[in-house]
Design a binder for this molecule. Structure first.
Ligand code: ADP
Ligand code: MG
Length: 582
């Protein structure tokens, strides 16, 4: 059995119980076959009276009941295991954070948690119970055969192991083949999502048709991989069937001859003929189920590799309650951040202290590490070297949930969910009243355009904010931050990047209001926003190159590099800070 799954099941008491009932029902049903054969042989040979037929009917009914029980409990086991796995995966995604998940394609993760894990159904409801049956029933049948007729029992004993041997031989190729099939499936899922999201861009650049061919190719690869697994599965069943049939013939022929010769009584002969197939059946069933369950096993392997991936530098100790409330002092001590697969650090030995209530503007050209610094404060990326201290406590030892509850964050590319505008605004404060939502929207200068939407605040936002302009999306994201009045730290990543002059002035004014009595770190490139700060920190290639308190002239006006080219690229969300946790 899959050892990681076993570990998971052990930790889930209800699942363990359901699995135990499933096993018990499957094995009992298997063993009842012995009773059934006994009775049937007796009736047919005239040893028992016809009354025994009623007993046979009873046994059949009981087996049906057991099969039903097995089905129900196996279903519950599967649901329990899948939901436990999904919960863990989601918790893990949360823990990894948007930045470290960026290495995976979101479509692949979607396929894994959704369809992929559903593949476990066959494993849990089919293959596992069949193992239990295969472990018990052939043995019991053999014992009974030995008691009834030594010669036949020996033939069964010798031929029985052939089935698992052939099964294992075929199974060895199966694993590789199914893994290939599963990989093709996730690739297909990943690529499909990517293309669908980027369709407008692809259209505009005339590449939609080309992508269609790519999808066709990936789908073709999946199809041929599936055909290959099916071929192996059918071949394997054929081999096992053949093996079992030949073995049965080896039992049946001598029985017939001895019956004719009069050296065997009818009742024993019938019993052996009825029982012998039952010794092979569970093993054959196990072989068939094995193939059906392989896809689920591949998905489980993928799931556990995400769960067990240990790339967290010093996994945080179970979070100490984050430092009290109030405006914190934030210190970076010689912090270096490296993204996996990047040679140059995104932040390089940064040391700075942000005093409580200070309003800091972060400036610097695109790619200099501004968003990375915010990700660091959010706990999305861990420092590779150095420490981040909140009121003197290492961020790694703090409970990130409590810490993040104190932050109001507007990412560079905010994600809007397909729900009402109001719910999008109260994302970080689910209990907020409609009044509070409206107030937040007013502060972010979103009130006006929201009022003009068909259903006002109840208008459903299209997928990823499709029915809103970039500037409108940005203002809703700002309203989100405004809707959390209890936060003490404000983190804004280029909040005015996509706004026209008038909205920009309004948002700057609102930000000034919001940042009162809060510690604020604002990535900014427009003078109006920078004016607002009491301190301007310029970063360049991951280093702090200028740190001016009370910004008057110190900064160069935003050059062409300042308007980050990636801003408009709203197509791929997950890789950077655009994810908002619920
Ligand atoms: P800024 O916000 O100042 O434009 P970022 O902090 O986003 O810059 O990026 C700093 C550097 O880190 C850039 O070179 C960028 O390519 C790299 N980078 C940012 N995010 C990731 C990531 N998820 N994986 C790998 N490299 C990244
Ligand atoms: Mg940035």
């Amino acid at each position: 059995m899959h050892k990681d799954l076993l570990r998971l099941i052990r930790g889930e008491q209800p699942v363990l119980r359901h699995l135990a009932v499933t096993f018990a029902a499957a094995m009992a049903a298997g063993l009842l076959v012995l009773v059934q054969a006994e009775l049937l042989a007796g009736v047919l040979s005239g040893r028992f009276t016809a009354v025994a037929l009623a007993a046979v009917a009873g046994v059949v009914a009981l087996r049906a009941l057991l099969a039903w029980t097995q089905g129900v409990f196996a279903g519950r086991t599967a649901t329990g295991v899948k939901s436990a796995l999904r919960h863990r995966l989601l918790a893990r995604f949360r823990e990894l954070g948007p930045v470290r998940l960026a290495g995976h394609r979101s479509g692949e993760l979607v396929t894994l948690t959704g369809r992929g894990l559903d593949g476990l159904d066959d494993y849990l409801t089919g293959y596992l119970p069949s193992i239990a049956v295969a472990a018990v029933v052939p043995l019991a049948v053999l014992v009974r055969l030995f008691a009834a007729d030594l010669a036949s029992a020996v033939i069964v004993l010798v031929t029985l192991p052939l089935i698992p041997i052939f099964g294992a031989l075929v199974g060895m190729t199966t694993k590789a083949v199914t893994e290939r099939q599963y990989r093709a499936l996730t690739r297909l899922g990943g690529h499909f999502l990517d293309v669908v999201r980027g369709l407008p861009t692809l259209r505009a650049f005339g590449r939609a048709r080309y992508q269609a061919t790519v999808i066709r190719e990936v789908a073709g690869a999946h199809r041929s991989a599936t055909m290959r697994t099916l071929r192996v599965a059918f071949l394997s069943s054929l081999v096992l069937e053949l093996c079992a049939s030949l073995s049965l013939a080896l039992v049946a022929v001598p029985i017939g001859l001895r019956l004719l010769g009069g050296t065997l009584d009818l009742s024993t002969a019938l019993l052996v003929l009825l029982l012998a197939p039952e010794a092979y059946l569970p093993l054959r069933a196990m072989g068939t189920r094995f193939h059906a369950s392989m896809e689920g096993v591949a998905a489980a392997d993928a799931a556990f590799s995400v769960l067990d991936r240990s790339d967290d530098p010093a996994a945080p100790a179970p979070g100490r309650a984050a430092a009290v409330s109030g405006r914190p002092r934030i210190e970076l001590e010689n912090v270096t951040v490296r993204y996996p697969g990047r040679a140059d650090p995104a932040l390089d030995g940064v040391t700075l202290t942000i005093e409580p209530g200070e309003r800091v503007a972060l400036v610097g050209e695109s790619g200099s590490g501004k968003s990375t610094l915010l990700n660091l404060l959010l706990g999305f990326v861990p420092p590779s070297e150095g420490r981040v201290l909140v009121d003197g406590a290492d961020l790694r030892t703090l409970d990130l949930e409590t810490w993040r509850a104190r932050l109001a964050f507007v990412p560079q590319r905010a994600h809007l969910f397909t729900t009402s505008v109001a719910d999008n605004i109260r994302l970080g404060a689910p209990a907020a009243s409609m009044d509070e939502v409206r107030r937040a929207a007013r502060a972010a200068y979103a009130d006006e355009f929201v009022g003009e939407l068909p259903d006002g605040y109840e208008t459903r936002v299209g997928e990823r904010g499709a029915n809103l302009s970039a500037g409108q999306r940005q203002r809703i994201a700002l309203a989100r931050a405004f809707c959390r009045p209890s936060t003490s730290v404000l983190l804004l990543d280029e909040p005015t990047a996509r706004l026209d002059g008038r909205s920009e002035a309004a948002v700057v004014a609102a930000t000034a209001e919001l940042s009162k009595d809060r510690t604020a770190v604002i990535v900014a490139h427009r003078p109006a926003m920078i004016e607002l700060a009491d301190r301007v920190i310029r970063v360049h290639e991951g280093r702090v190159v200028a740190d001016t308190t009370r910004a008057e002239p110190a900064l160069a006006p935003p050059g062409p590099g300042a308007a980050s080219p990636q801003q408009e690229n709203a197509g791929d969300e997950i890789p950077t800070s655009g994810r908002v946790e619920r």
